[in-house]
Ligand binder design. Structure first.
Ligand code: ADP
Ligand code: MG
Ligand code: ZN
Length: 645
């Protein structure tokens, strides 16, 4: 459906070779050899420049002649490149060597201890006559010999030299764990089968996520069980949740439980300066993984590469886009029976490219949420296993003090408490250490808006209970699945989850019921505290929208009983001009006024009714809210039990 856009329309950014998308193997080969050849060429010219200065005249030709004339130079070696004058005859005493000597390697003015003069040759017939006159021995050096030496010095030696430097550097870099020159290779941390000691028992407080992942382990262990019956094993599972809730830990636990190899890579590792490198890494990673199947590929921080391409209006990021495209290609390219499962983690599912979430890719999403009270206690228990605790330490009490903390925070608190105990000279960690550690951490978290005050917590508890009770007592409303006051990031302080059935039609009564449930939160706040808060903003928006649609779209008002007041404009598929459906207003100002009044009237009457309903059940409202304050979350069963009493 056109989600996988190719890069052809932005196609001038491929530095070496063509776009590596379709079948990039050949490109890759010569792309990298070009880099090496370039490096080698630059290196060799440098080498030549520094070590092999071919022409290095030490004196002028006239001076050279003068030195012959004065008798200082006794022997002259003639080559095409230069004349070299020696102040001695041959060392062994013979005036003229029978076999010409190889040119001296030392060209810096001395050869051994004897002074050497060198000059650029001039075609001067006088020179020979002068040398004959002065009885200077002169001879030309055979060109073959120097040619071979030339080759050795200007080619073979530098190549060998750079080869060794390169080898040395690679070894060094290899030891450091980096891989600077081998840009195309992946940096996945590969953990072989059996090396992972993490188990599901090391993760707590995220029971729903664990349940889903137990199934994934089963896929990896006994795939036939599923394929025999004709079922399709999911290829990708996306772990979604705030930072520090244990997503990475869970992925490791899956690999540990299944006893398969584990390839771990962070999304950021794919994103490189050079276009195409990330894509090459993805390809490499999948190739390695296929060879090792069954195994798990874990891509941490998927959002680093998986950001929606649609938002890139201003040209976008070619590198990331190519990497993402490659990932999609690879995910489509393997067969679900091959024993390869891709886990990914993100805390920004909202920015992910929709193509990633399509069936056949990350079609399973697992929510890894902040732990509630029992969950926090369990996490504390896990992490304090390795710490010597005083018998007086009450982990449940610590859990109660740490509302809003994630697993990583709790692990940190246990560690901090242990450090405080050592600093206090104790051999066991006591409750006070924990309290101090919590206070330290709290200060940091408060800045991040993740901790709310006790009064706010009470308001949130009653607000959510209001929603839940309205859902329970409104005929036809979706049943409550979970109520929680565990804060989730900025803005959402709690939530009431209803099991929504797929509905294609809704009656007027059901729409009004929806409005009732939405208004339940604010009504409960007003009933209990006598004042209202901003916490209901989102609820009110949604309630107002429903009321407006009832009047304008569904013909459910008294004046326009069976008429629609809006008409959707050309939609995305039909027209090129309108990217969004345009609403045409086809009614008068007076009608607009009527709509506004009618919305206000609906909301007012419903609100009054909701308040009435809740007022009749104030005792129940208190019971549920208090239990919610204590436990932080109530599931379907607990809630049903409370309201059926
Ligand atoms: P995420 O990947 O979600 O950001 P991590 O898995 O990296 O979080 O968690 C960091 C550390 O915090 C873990 O190594 C573990 O020690 C601790 N931790 C986090 N969540 C849990 C949990 N649910 N149970 C036990 N320990 C946890
Ligand atoms: Mg992580
Ligand atoms: Zn609400």
């Amino acid at each position: 459906m056109g989600e996988r856009k190719n890069n052809k329309h932005r196609g001038f950014k491929f530095p070496f070779g063509g776009p590596p998308l379709p079948n990039p193997k050949p490109f890759r080969g010569w792309k990298f050899s070009i880099i090496y050849i370039l490096i080698l060429a630059v290196g060799m010219s440098l080498f030549n420049y520094v070590f092999m200065k071919r022409v290095n005249p030490t004196i002028d030709f006239s001076e050279f002649k003068a030195k012959i004339l004065s008798g200082e130079i006794k022997r002259v070696e003639l080559t095409d490149a230069y004349f070299t004058g020696y102040t001695t005859t041959k060392k062994d005493g013979s005036a003229v060597p029978a076999v010409p000597a190889a040119p001296s390697l030392k060209r810096n003015g001395t050869s051994g201890t004897e002074p050497v003069y060198r000059t650029v040759p001039l075609n001067d017939p006088d020179l020979i006559r002068l040398m004959d006159e002065k009885q200077v021995a002169y001879y030309a050096v055979s060109r073959e010999g120097s040619a071979i030496l030339n080759i050795i010095f200007s080619w073979i030696l530098p190549i060998a030299f750079f080869f060794f430097i390169w080898r040395f550097l690679m070894k060094r870099l290899g030891n450091m764990g980096g891989n600077v020159l081998s840009v195309g290779q992946n940096r996945a941390v590969i953990v072989a089968e059996g090396d992972i000691i993490t188990r599901f028992s090391d993760v707590a407080g995220v029971d729903e996520a664990k349940e889903e992942l137990v199934e994934v382990v089963d896929f990896l262990k006994t795939p036939q069980k599923y394929t025999d019956i004709g079922g399709k094993i999911p290829k990708g599972v996306l772990l979604v949740g705030p930072p520090g809730t244990g997503k990475t830990l869970l992925a490791r636990a899956v690999a540990g439980e299944a006893g398969v190899a584990f390839f771990r890579m962070s999304g950021a590792d794919f994103v490189e300066m050079f276009v195409g490198v990330g894509a090459a890494r993805v390809r490499d990673l999948f190739k390695q993984a296929r060879d090792k199947a069954p195994c798990i590929i874990f891509i941490d921080e998927l959002d680093a590469i998986g950001k929606s391409r649609l938002n890139n209006i201003a040209g976008g990021n070619d590198e990331r886009e190519q990497t993402l495209n490659q990932l999609l290609v690879e995910m489509d390219g393997f067969d679900a029976t091959s024993g390869l499962i891709i886990l990914a983690a993100t805390n920004r599912p909202d920015v992910l490219d929709p193509a990633l979430l399509r069936p056949g890719r990350f079609d399973r999403q697992v929510l890894v949420d902040r732990p509630d009270l029992p969950g926090r206690e369990a996490i504390l228990r896990i992490h304090s296993k390795a710490v010597r605790l005083s018998p007086q330490v009450d982990l449940a009490a610590i859990a109660r003090l740490t509302s809003g903390f994630v697993g990583a925070d709790l692990a940190n608190i246990v560690n901090e408490a242990a450090l405080l105990a050592v600093r206090g000279g104790r051999t066991q960690v006591v409750q006070k250490d924990f309290e101090e550690a919590i206070e330290k951490t709290l200060a940091g978290l408060q800045k991040k808006n993740r901790i709310i005050s006790p009064e706010e917590r009470r308001i949130v508890a009653f607000h959510e209970t209001g929603h839940a009770l309205m859902a329970a007592f409104t005929p036809g409303a979706d049943p409550v699945q979970k109520i929680s006051i565990v804060p989730r990031g900025i803005g959402a302080l709690g939530y009431t989850m209803q099991i929504a059935e797929d509905r294609y039609l809704m009656t007027e009564g059901e729409l009004l019921g929806k409005i009732d449930v939405l208004l339940g939160g604010r009504a409960a706040e007003e009933l209990i505290f006598g004042k209202i808060s901003t916490g209901a903003a989102n609820d009110l928006t949604r309630a107002t929208d429903i009321a407006r649609q009832m009047i304008t779209d569904y013909g459910m008002s008294s004046r326009f009983r069976n008429g629609a007041l809006t008409r959707r404009g050309a939609s995305l598929l039909g027209s090129h001009q309108a990217p969004e459906p345009v609403l045409h207003r086809e009614y008068s100002e007076a009608t607009q006024e009527y709509i506004d009044d009618e919305i206000a009237r609906i909301l007012e009457t419903r609100y009054a009714q909701v308040r009435e309903t809740l007022a009749q059940r104030e005792a129940l409202l208190h019971t549920v809210a208090e239990l919610l304050l204590e436990k932080e979350s109530l599931d379907e069963k607990e809630f049903k039990e409370l309201i059926s009493r």
